[in-house]
Ligand binder design. Structure first.
Ligand SMILES: Cc1cc2nc3c(=O)[nH]c(=O)nc-3n(C[C@H](O)[C@H](O)[C@H](O)COP(=O)(O)OP(=O)(O)OC[C@H]3O[C@@H](n4cnc5c(N)ncnc54)[C@H](O)[C@@H]3O)c2cc1C
Length: 597
């Protein structure tokens, strides 16, 4: 059964208690967003997730999207849910007030996103892409384009997409062929075919605004010759009302493994009118504004699905009666004990729980840094925050989706054979989660971004923005006391990360394939250390609160501490194995002759 209630207490913990000392606080522009206000927003979002989009998650998966006469019909209930979403003002939650948004901190927005993704990831994709597109337009488009498009996109009246992928061109965008011909009036005519375009066509909004990568006639070859264009489905008139249909159509929708209620479209551009966004040939850099927003957003999809899968597994583990506890019957009144008594079932539940809490805590740290990067008045804080978010963007995308997919699979395992049967609802999580490791740049490509770009940038400055708080925390909290097992564990894993970083810097300089061979293991290692740091900080806070008498929160704090202890005992020790794999280098990967495969 699909069970989901937003983990509001943990969300308030990561928002208000965990990261207060990270140097990203005290931003005057965000001072009006008091805990009272942000908690009210989270409560309302939890209600929307539970009451409006969770109930249409299973049905949406069964029904899927349908293409009829060039129009995509979303499953029953999606249109009504979208209207409720727009009326609630959710689309503009984190958007600039200049365009009608509410300007809430990213730290709050990310938690709301997690709820939407947990309740119905297919639904979340439609507004998620619009949010990414508005960020890109706001950052790079002309004032005229901003005025014409942003208010309607920020309100949710119009939706957005990102159109990068072509049949022969996925990861390697330098291969793309869609053409853009300049017109006398300053517009362009775009011609080409895009595939796999999420929300390329649907019935939720009156207009859809495509952000399209294409080549100008004089474009240099490769990724340096790519420009970005805004191409609306309907061309707006001067007064903002809808004008004629543009030359862009959905020619087919993909039949796929999961996220079936999200329309994945093949799009044909036939002399479609568009306008340049940003500078000619600088399209990829402009598109990266959207891609970075989406990458963090996709990481949050992984976390959301992981949380929903966990809650559904807990529900089943308490309900399903099989066998007896190894230590003797726990429920002799029943025919058998609930499976939650078995250590192996506990292993699965605790793993999911630790992944979710660790990712939520790390995600909150990154989103606070995003807020500081955008709003801090101090240039050095903005720079440090930008370094940190650049470093962590591929980590959030790849680690959270790897772990979310693992959690979804563990949930299926908790259900046994029933998990494999559609009626249980949990196999949908495994199918839905699987795409998150692939789109927005595969997780392998995220790892290459981390070791190839983010690590060496500015002589390792981004890496230092992360290493510094971790090493300071370890140094400040050494000595005696109950926190020490965690400090020791963190120190050991951090030592492994430092050795791995030095190894990659050295070996990768001599041979780039060495860095490529180490990349995925390195991303996992860095992500685990970051989660370990968050758990150790959380444990320190929690121990203090419990010692002071936590009242009604004692249960929450006690569970947090036990989850942190599990993470340090059973998950963080993987750091040692990852270091060994990294140091083993490329030899065993590349030894087998291609012909022997
Ligand atoms: C459901 C769905 C929705 C999508 N939504 C959108 C969308 O809205 N907009 C859009 O533009 N695209 C979208 N995509 C496309 C998606 O982003 C791409 O599928 C993805 O980036 C990978 O490209 P590809 O499928 O061509 O794989 P390829 O690039 O062919 O990669 C195949 C494999 O090779 C690896 N690989 C490739 N190059 C390298 C390299 N240099 N080094 C190491 N490994 C490498 C990859 O990691 C992968 O494992 C969507 C895809 C799907 C399935």
């Amino acid at each position: 059964m699909q069970v989901y209630d937003a983990p509001l207490r943990d969300m308030r913990f990561v928002l208000d208690e965990l990261h207060q000392d990270d140097g990203f606080s005290n931003i005057p522009a965000l001072a009006e967003f008091t805990p009272d206000l942000t908690h009210a927003v989270l409560d309302e979002a939890a209600k929307f997730a539970r009451e409006v989009i969770l109930p249409i998650n299973r049905e949406g998966d069964e029904e899927g999207c349908v293409l009829e006469n060039g129009v995509v019909r979303t499953p029953k209930g999606f249109k009504e849910a979208y209207v409720t979403y727009v009326e609630g003002g959710w689309q503009g939650l984190a958007a600039s007030p200049q365009w009608g948004g509410q300007g809430l901190p990213e730290a709050v927005h990310m938690l709301v996103e997690e709820m939407l993704c947990a309740a119905n990831v297919s639904f979340s994709l439609y507004p998620g892409l619009t949010h990414g597109a508005t960020t890109c337009i706001d950052g790079h488009a002309s004032d005229a384009l901003k005025q014409a498009y942003l208010p309607k996109m920020v309100s949710g009246e119009w939706a957005g997409t990102m159109c990068l992928t072509e049949p022969h061109c996925g990861t390697d965008l330098g291969l793309l062929r869609t053409k853009a011909e300049p017109q006398a009036d300053g517009s362009y005519k775009l011609t080409g075919n895009k595939i796999f375009i999420s929300a390329g066509e649907h019935d939720l909004t009156t207009n859809i605004i495509h952000l399209v990568l294409a080549r100008l006639p004089d474009a240099p070859k490769g990724s340096r010759g790519i420009s970005l264009f805004l191409v609306p489905k309907f061309l707006p008139k001067e007064d903002g009302s809808l004008g004629p249909r543009n030359g862009v159509q959905c020619t087919a929708i993909e039949h796929k493994m999961g996220i079936k209620a999200s329309a994945t479209c093949q799009m044909s551009f036939d002399e479609a009118t568009g306008w340049l966004v940003g500078e000619p040939h600088q399209g990829l850099a402009a598109m990266f504004t959207m891609m970075n927003t989406e990458r963090v957003g996709v990481g949050i999809q992984g976390l959301g699905i992981g949380e929903a899968a966990y809650q559904s597994a807990v529900w089943y583990a308490k309900d399903r009666l099989q066998g007896r506890a190894l230590s003797g019957a726990k429920r002799p009144d029943l025919a058998a004990d609930p499976i939650i008594v078995h250590p192996d079932v506990r292993r699965m539940l605790m793993t999911m729980r630790a992944y979710n809490e660790g990712c939520r805590a790390l995600g909150a740290w990154v989103s606070r840094a995003l807020d500081a990067e955008h709003h801090s008045e101090e240039p050095e804080v903005r720079e440090r925050a930008a370094d940190f978010t650049a470093l962590m963007t591929p980590v959030v995308k790849a680690l959270f989706t790897d772990l979310g997919t693992e959690s979804a699979n563990l949930a299926v395992q908790c259900y046994g054979g029933h998990g494999y049967i559609r009626d249980s609802g949990v196999e949908q999580y495994a199918r839905d989660a699987r795409i998150t490791m692939i789109y927005e740049g595969t997780n392998g490509v995220q790892a290459l971004d981390l070791v190839g770009r983010k690590m060496p940038a500015n002589m390792g400055r981004a890496l230092r923005s992360f290493f510094h708080p971790v090493s300071s925390f370890i140094a400040e909290n050494g000595g005696e006391g109950p926190l020490q097992p965690m400090i020791k564990g963190l120190e050991k894993a951090f030592g492994a990360l430092q050795l791995a970083s030095a190894h990659i810097a050295q070996a990768g300089l001599a041979d780039p394939e060495e860095a490529g061979a180490a990349a995925s293991d390195y991303l996992r290692l860095l992500g685990l250390v970051a989660m370990g740091y968050c758990f150790a900080k959380a444990a320190k806070i929690v121990m203090g609160r419990l010692a002071a008498g936590a009242g009604g929160d004692a249960g929450f704090y006690d569970a947090k501490l036990k989850t942190a202890q599990f993470f340090f005992a059973r998950i963080l020790p993987q750091a040692g194995g990852l270091l060994m794999a990294i140091k083993a280098g490329k030899a065993s990967l590349m030894a087998l002759d291609e012909a022997a495969f």
